[in-house]
Design a protein around this ligand. Structure first.
Ligand code: PHE
Ligand code: ZN
Length: 877
């Protein structure tokens, strides 16, 4: 460990300082004597020395109360045999192999960090990734130490109907003489972060899956009492994921049982513990009455993600946490492929591209910018980021593009053949890909070490009378920790059209121009003024393209492009162009802006009306990009002005397309069938609700009754929420009364009420801050529940532009006050909630000053967590 010079006086770890462990743990026998107030943990490990020079074994430990410690049969004494340190204990021994017995206690009920073993909603639950196991017992809590776990759980509460851990149940004593013991054995060696324990009362849904080799797997889903009816979709999704992985990667499940537990108190989406996944209940529970189509989609995606980890993460795991993207980037890529196969290629792709543009580009432009394989970390929890996950997946996607489907599969096979059962690095993964294909990926590897979003500037010029040259230049701007940048491998999928919309022959293989250096040119046999390029189709690389389109060019792409992605992207670019024009006009640049906007929207609307595309494609084309996705394109943006500029464009679009939207809306509202989560219904609902939302922006009075009627007649959550969101646009009495009705109907459903809290938090009421105070007093609200905090405070800070960016700075102050309190309860959630403040450098100087004042205030708070401290110190340097 070294003191970081660039960040803070806190201890930071550097990737280049990796050293293998001095010892390894071959088996561990854990015994839990459960009690919410004080749980006793006995850990018996067989330990082997690896480094023959070593006479010290360091074990991680945090918030533990040590009772006794023994090597073989000898009880150890403090200071002679071991020493307690802040972050663990040091054991003095030169034995080559020995048995270590550690007894300690922990306090699950007091654990509000939701890391380690905690007790909430009358159940015990553990969360160990990344470094939570050290809050359970003293251990080599690092992913390159793989042990075989046996776990005994002892409960004296008859109400704990299930005592669960990883692997196979080998003993269940039943409740007798005041206690019950269950013993679990996991035959696969695993790192401590994949350990799990769950105990309490649940309802259980069971199913079965037969693998391609004929093995029967028991599937068990545990949910809160009374919620069985909301579990079937999750189980169905699991079975789909299991057969998808067999078909696409030849990967089969390896244990006899697969368990999933849904809990209301969870820091993240879900966790891939071996054989015992723990899920945030919002990614499990779904039925027509309570879940939207989007919720169904997300449940399926997260269930698949965790299942896919069994191979990409568990069977082959990470050597150290700097390699996190090894498992996360790859597994996100796999779940994206799965979602595209299950539902729609296009809509799935668009939703992931939006995450990149709205969130990842922002992270890469801010003080937390890091490569997908970070070089330096203070608090690991701070690196479960859109960069590691989503940009990581984009990098894997480029490999897939580069090697082709078959080549990628060959590389995956090679990766498992080499590394099954091992803890490895990102380099190991790329090397397997490289060797299996006889490719040279040394230049490609730069994506793993370079942070920041590359910009690709595209210029178009005449070459003689009859030719055009498109020149591509990469711009890799220095970031906080990397002053020097290198050029990267950038595949740009593109098509060019002439003025009649005919596709111009580019002579490119797979329509893809590959940039292997800082600049490249493409020469076309068509005169300059006739060329329209459609660039970065399918978002073929995680870069920003800079090309100055005219509206007519974008209209050509919308009309003539052969693929829907290109049409969507062009409409998206057209909206961005128009929003920027209005934004600049508000700064006094153009007095005719309004008239110009009307004319431009007319043209765009005509092009949209003439399209013959599937309903879900039209729905995407009618969705104006969020203001957040525009932040990366406007220097020192005034968020309120941008909000109004965007609003103006949406209103104009709404008025222009009024009849068109009404027509679609009425057509799609007729004769609804009983709800099912199936493609055709989902696509039609998506277009219907997009039309309603757009209509809500128009000045026509016919819309309010439509909204009220849809709410009243809704027989599923997609339609109900669609109506509610449309009502929110108008912010009239209808909205308030619908919100009251919604609360009456769903007041006891924690997952559904998160939607209600989020809607409240996004309200444009002028007294929003007082309103937030009131909502915190709501009986369903709790600062200890991350879902509630995210729904209310998160939605406010991330999405309530007018409320959060108030010019007196009160929105920033509100969030900061909340963070100070939350940090004491749950530092991980506080740290993630800080993101809107981290991005201050994107804003106009008035906003920047106000945000920095709050960051400085936060910096001065005593006893701040490592999580917050790392981020603030980076922000303030
Ligand atoms: N590994 C989990 C996933 O991506 C995420 C997670 C990280 C959950 C840390 C909890 C804690 O599937
Ligand atoms: Zn994951």
């Amino acid at each position: 460990m070294t003191i970081s010079s660039t960040t803070s006086p806190l201890l930071s770890k550097k990737r280049r300082d990796y050293t293998p462990p001095s010892h390894t743990i071959e088996t561990v026998d854990l015994r839990f004597e459960l009690s919410p107030q004080e749980t006793k943990v006995t850990a018996v490990s067989t330990i082997k020395r690896i480094d023959t020079q070593s006479s010290v074994l360091f074990l991680d430990g945090k918030d533990l109360c040590l009772q006794s410690i023994k090597i073989d049969d000898q009880i150890l004494t403090e200071n002679d045999d071991y020493k307690m340190l802040d972050n663990g204990l040091e054991l003095y021994t030169s034995l080559a192999t020995f048995t270590l017995t550690v007894v300690n206690t922990i306090k699950p009920i007091e654990n509000t960090s939701l890391e380690g073993l905690y007790y909430s909603n009358n159940a015990y639950c553990s969360q160990c990734e990344a470094e939570g196991f050290r809050k359970i017992t003293y251990f080599l809590d690092r992913p390159d130490v793989l042990a075989i776990f046996t776990v005994s759980i002892v409960s004296t509460a008859e109400a704990d109907t299930y005592l669960l851990s990883n692997g196979n149940l080998i003993t269940d004593t039943g409740f007798e003489n005041g206690e019950r013991t269950c013993v679990w054995e996991d035959p696969f060696p695993k790192p401590s972060y994949l350990f799990a324990l769950v105990a309490g009362h649940f309802d259980k849904l069971v199913d079965e899956f037969t693998t391609q080799s004929g093995k029967k797997i028991a599937l068990e889903l545990f949910v809160d009492e009374g919620r069985l009816g909301q579990g079937q979709h999750a189980l169905d999704s699991l079975k789909k994921a299991m057969s998808w992985d067999e078909q696409n990667y030849g990967l089969e499940y390896d244990l006899d049982i697969y368990m999933i537990v849904a809990v209301d108190f969870f820091n993240m989406g879900a966790m891939e513990n071996k054989g015992l996944n723990v899920f945030n209940s919002k990614f499990v529970l779904a039925d027509a009455h309570t879940a939207t189509d989007e919720d169904y989609f997300n449940v399926e995606a997260v269930i698949a993600h965790e299942y896919f980890h069994n191979w990409t993460g568990n069977r082959v795991t990470c050597r150290d946490w700097f390699q996190l993207s090894l498992k996360e980037g790859l597994t996100v890529f796999r779940d994206q492929q799965f979602s595209a196969d299950m539902y729609s290629d296009l809509v799935t792709r668009i939703s992931h591209v939006n995450v990149m543009r709205e969130n990842q580009f922002a992270e890469d432009a801010g003080p937390m910018s890091h490569p997908i394989r970070p070089d330096e970390v203070v608090e690991m929890s701070n690196f479960y980021t859109v960069t590691v996950y989503n940009k990581g997946a984009e990098v894997i996607r480029m490999l897939h593009t580069l090697l082709g489907k078959a080549g990628f599969r060959k590389g995956m096979d090679e990766y498992f053949a080499r590394h099954d059962g091992q803890a490895v690095t990102c380099d190991d993964f790329v090397n397997a890909m490289q060797d299996a294909n006889g490719a040279d990926l040394s230049h490609f590897k730069r994506w793993y070490s370079q942070s920041g979003t590359p910009r690709v500037r595209v210029e178009q010029a005449s070459t003689g009378d009859s030719q055009t040259t498109l020149s591509f230049t990469q711009i890799n701007t220095p970031t906080r920790t990397q002053a020097q940048k290198q050029d990267l491998y950038v595949p740009i999928k593109l098509e060019c059209f002439d003025k009649n919309g005919h596709k111009v022959d580019t002579r490119l293989k797979n329509d893809t121009l590959v940039m292997n250096s800082a600049s490249t040119a493409l020469v076309l046999d068509v005169p300059n003024e006739q060329i329209t390029p459609s660039l970065l189709q399918d978002f073929s690389a995680p870069v920003l393209i800079e090309y100055d389109y005219t509206l007519s060019q974008l209209l050509i792409i919308i009309e003539f492009a052969g693929n829907d992605y290109a049409k969507w992207e062009a409409s998206h670019n057209a909206y961005i162009m128009l929003i920027k024009e209005i934004y600049n006009a508000a700064n006094g640049a153009n007095n005719n802006a309004d008239m110009q906007l009307r004319q431009d929207i007319e043209k765009l609307a005509t092009a949209i009306k003439n399209l013959t595309v599937a309903p879900e494609v039209l729905a995407q084309i009618l969705s104006v990009p969020s203001a957040e996705s525009l932040y990366s394109q406007i220097e020192k943006v005034d968020p309120i002005m941008l909000y109004h500029a965007r609003h103006k464009v949406v209103v104009q679009l709404s008025n222009t397309l009024h009849h068109f939207c009404i027509r679609h809306y009425l057509r799609l509202s007729q004769n609804p069938r009983p709800y099912a989560y199936e493609k055709q219904q989902v696509n039609n609902r998506s277009l219907k609700n997009t039309c309603l939302h757009l209509l809500a922006h128009s000045s026509a009075e016919t819309v309010a009754p439509l909204i009220a009627l849809q709410y009243k007649n809704a027989h599923n959550m997609s339609d109900r929420l669609g109506a509610l969101k449309a009502a929110q646009v108008t912010q009239d009495d209808t909205f308030d009364s619908l919100m009251i009705a919604f609360e009456e109907q769903f007041g006891d459903d924690a997952v559904v009420m998160d939607k209600w809290f989020a809607m409240q938090a996004k309200s444009s009421k002028t007294d929003i801050l007082a309103h937030l105070d009131l909502l915190q007093a709501h009986q369903q609200y709790s600062i200890k529940n991350p879902n509630k905090v995210r729904s209310l405070i998160g939605s406010f800070a991330f999405y309530n532009t007018l409320g959060f960016h108030q010019i007196d700075g009160s929105g920033y102050k509100y969030l900061t006050d909340y963070l100070i309190t939350l940090d004491k309860v749950n530092p991980q959630i506080a740290s993630r909630l800080m993101t809107p403040l981290m991005q201050f450098s994107r804003y106009a100087s008035t906003n920047q000053v106000l945000i920095k004042a709050q960051l400085n205030r936060l910096y001065g708070v005593k006893g701040l967590s490592k999580d917050l401290f790392e981020k603030i110190s980076k922000a303030l340097i």
